[in-house]
Design a protein around this ligand. Sequence first.
Ligand SMILES: [Fe+2]
Length: 392
Amino acid sequence: MTLATGQFTVTALSPRELYARLLADEPLFILDVRNEDDFKRSPIEGRANLTTLNLPYFAFLEDEDGSVVRVPQGREIVVVCAKEGSSQYVAGLLAERGYQARYLEGGFLAWGNFYDVRDVVSAPWGRIVQIARPARGDLSFAVISGGLAALIDPLRHTAVYQDLLAEAGARLTHIFDTHVHADHISGGPALAQATGATYYVHAYDAIHPIDMLPATIAYTHVQEGDQFQIGEVRITARWFPGHTLGQVNYRLDAPDGQSALFTGDGIFLRSFGRPDLGGKGEAWTPMLYRSLTERLPQMVDDTTLILPAHFSTLDESRAGGVFAAPYAEVRATNDVLQPRDEAAFTAFVLSHLPVFPPEYVEIKRVNIGLVEACEGKASELELGKNICALSK
Ligand SMILES: [Fe+2]
């Protein structure tokens, strides 16, 4: 979109284009004109070559002659606001002052709801597709084989999955949530209702860990060792308690020997899931220790692709924006997975827990049907990036 402001024109940058440039680590200057609280809660994050400056919108209103607000000359500036309006105005103002300015189409709202879809594996037996929501660091996956499909950890905006499966001509049969999420609202129950696919979750996660109330959503209990056939691939449920009591990893085995492990918030590429989001960090840490040291080695071999539900930084992606790595690489490069005895592990974990966002208790209620969330409430609950990993 191009906007004329007097004799100057400024063009919009779409969320898709912004993401491609962040992934490629192109030099980029973002001028974020939201208020300081919103900016601090959810900045746009990139890689080494991203520079971000927060100058709230009102600073421009009070700067009639351009003598106060100064941003770099001679490089492209992408102005970001909440919903687009103010950033259009600021970009126009900057263009009049000789700056090379653009604005983010749809503002931060559009960025927060932007999804990126790309193949992780494409083989004669089918595909593993990654569906990412970059602003939140959320990852979900589709397994498509023989005209059938399974989803792992689908996110709240269900249309992206329905479009993907329609394009692939695949019928959704299984929806697996690796656990009941605390950081985002699952798209699983809604997709199950819309498509008739079965929604699977471990029974231990179908009780709210703080309220101690049972789920009211329709779900099918999954347990250690359960197997599912999706076209030519087999998926096996592997219990991995620690992040939650009912965290389940799903192992995929394809006919060509390819294997993958959907680890949810079990392990990430550079961290693992914090054990305190059920309010019981000290009790669940020993379980997490056993999952990491005893259960995980039985679920993987060195070539098994690790496919987690979150990333922390774009640096974790491989060329092409895929967040995946063979287990041997994850074991070698994930500092928090380095061997420790149980006492050292417990001390390490309990001293590296990030803040506990209060909305995480409510998101779990939404995810098991104890409360409902309209669109406004859902997007408020999901503001900002996930904080599911241990901090370093
Ligand atoms: Fe999470």
